[in-house]
Design a protein around this ligand. Structure first.
Ligand code: ZN
Length: 83
């Protein structure tokens, strides 16, 4: 994957289905906002004390289709809503 291709989407695909994802574009300049992914979300995994990954911070992406399945199967819970 070329560096130019990577700049259009997150560096990793959906962790569930491996679908490639793209950042949204905004405004007349079509600037890409790296935290805004089209039909997907990114999240952090923070290795805590007791884990072999203690001290490491990871980022992953899950697409909306897979997120919906995870919620329906009770593997992801809503804990709050931000407006
Ligand atoms: Zn997916």
């Amino acid at each position: 994957m070329s560096k130019e291709t990577q700049s259009f989407g997150p560096p990793t695909p959906c962790i569930m289905c491996e679908k490639a994802l793209a950042y949204l574009e905004f405004g007349e300049e079509k600037a890409k906002f790296e935290d805004c992914i089209n039909n997907a979300n990114n999240f952090k995994i923070i290795g805590g004390y007791g884990s072999s990954f203690d001290g490491f911070v990871y980022e992953a992406v899950v697409c909306d289709d897979c997120m919906d399945k995870l919620i329906q199967r009770g593997k992801v819970q809503v804990i709050s809503y931000m407006e």
